[in-house]
Design a protein around this ligand. Structure first.
Ligand SMILES: *[C@@H]1O[C@H](CO)[C@@H](O)[C@H](O)[C@H]1NC(C)=O
Length: 383
């Protein structure tokens, strides 16, 4: 048995190590940004807030909890990137921020059983916390709320289909996005000093995902599993192809296992070759022509999420060769969003791959999605 002093020294040095890892990682996410792209992003963000944000409720008109969470995350991601404070009051006034600041919030009930929404809310709370920390403000309530929600998600893991967290607390479906988000928040939570349980969960999540059969022979992730635990063959949404990459890169940052980055790029490269039209992301529900298919209230945000999670992928990979590989594609997306997707008011519509011929729709989700493409490209695209 170790002496008390030795143990204390050991514990202290372990603490220092994990604090160091977190600090280094969240510092190196800083990077010179493209000013022109940032200006475009700020214009889109201003319109998003002016057209859709309700300061009374702290929600977006026509939004939903998980899409609002992403919009909040993006505003703070942008403020950190551009080094501005334009939306500094939004966090504490938002429904999610107010819920974090209130000690009486019942997160399980607020989340309504949606374990995927819970993952998005954790990410939003962390980004708002990063912003507060960068400005010397207390972020304790945000971090505590994120930890509470994380534990709710982690408690939704069981042995059905050999593992995985359920999509919903009703336990009807095991799917890709919920577990990809669990991988990300577990690995990033570890890097933020959450401790060994987070790393164990990240490894557990990836081991299960990689054996689940949800990634098809093309390298793309389908939506989820059937009742008999095989790939259900449902749509390969763009966001699934991005969130897996950021999660794997966060796990790489925690473990230094570069094969995780190679796994991520199988899927990123498949996205670029298979889920695009002339090098621009195209969701299967996108149609520039009127009268065709239209993405639903959730699907409207997916493409931007892919770009945001490529940003996070590159943050965590911290590798100039990998950055150079994806930079031109991020540049093409911001350009398409600007030239094809954006109307005269700086609202961004659902369709990026072609000029709008009546089929593009304009909602807070589609503007948020466009904002994400700009913010990612400001950091990693060409300038
Ligand atoms: C990122 O890469 C640079 C250059 O290779 C290196 O100096 C730095 O320590 C890396 N940061 C982290 C957090 O690994």
């Amino acid at each position: 048995m170790l002496g008390l002093t030795t143990s204390l020294v050991l514990i202290a040095s372990m603490l220092e190590l994990s604090v160091h890892a977190a600090t280094v990682l969240h510092q190196h996410q800083k990077r010179a940004q493209c000013a022109a792209t940032l200006t475009i992003a700020e214009n889109v963000a201003s319109t998003l807030q002016a057209h859709y944000y309700n300061t009374g409720t702290g929600m977006y008109n026509g939004g939903s909890l998980w899409t609002d969470a992403n919009a909040l995350e993006d505003l703070h991601n942008l403020m950190l990137g551009a080094d501005v404070d334009t939306w500094s009051t939004v966090a504490d006034g938002s429904y999610i921020g107010k819920s974090a600041l209130s000690s009486s919030t019942d997160w399980a009930s607020l989340l309504g059983g949606a374990n995927d929404d819970a993952g998005w809310v954790v990410m939003a709370l962390w980004k708002m916390a990063d912003y507060k920390s960068a400005r010397g403000l207390s972020n304790t309530a945000y971090l505590n709320a994120a930890a509470t929600i994380y534990n709710l998600i982690a408690g939704q893991w069981d042995d059905t289909c050999g593992g995985g967290v359920w999509w919903n607390t009703a336990h009807t479906y095991k799917n890709a996005i919920t577990n990809q988000l669990f991988l990300y928040v577990s690995a990033d939570g570890y890097l933020r000093g959450g401790g060994q349980t987070y790393l164990d969960n990240a490894n557990k999540a990836w081991n299960w995902l990689s054996a689940s059969g949800m990634r098809n022979s093309q390298g793309l992730w389908n939506d989820g599993l059937t009742d008999t635990c095989v790939n259900n063959g449902q749509t390969t949404w763009t966001y699934n192809q991005g969130v897996i990459a950021s999660g794997l890169a966060a796990l790489y940052a925690a473990t230094q296992d570069t094969t995780l980055l190679d796994q991520a790029e199988i899927t990123l490269d498949a996205t670029i070759s298979l889920l695009t039209d002339d090098d621009i992301l195209k969701e299967s529900c996108d149609d520039a022509l009127s009268g065709g298919s239209v993405c639903d209230v959730n699907q409207q945000l997916f493409k931007g999420l892919w770009t945001k999670h490529v940003q996070y992928y590159l943050d965590m990979a911290n590798d100039s060769t990998r950055t150079a590989k994806y930079s031109p594609f991020l540049g093409s997306q911001t350009s398409a969003v600007f030239h094809y997707g954006t109307d005269a008011n700086n609202d961004v519509g659902s369709v990026w791959y072609a000029p709008n011929q009546g089929g593009s729709i304009f909602t807070p989700k589609t503007s948020t999605s466009g904002l994400e493409a700009h913010v990612a490209a400001a950091k990693y695209g060409p300038c």
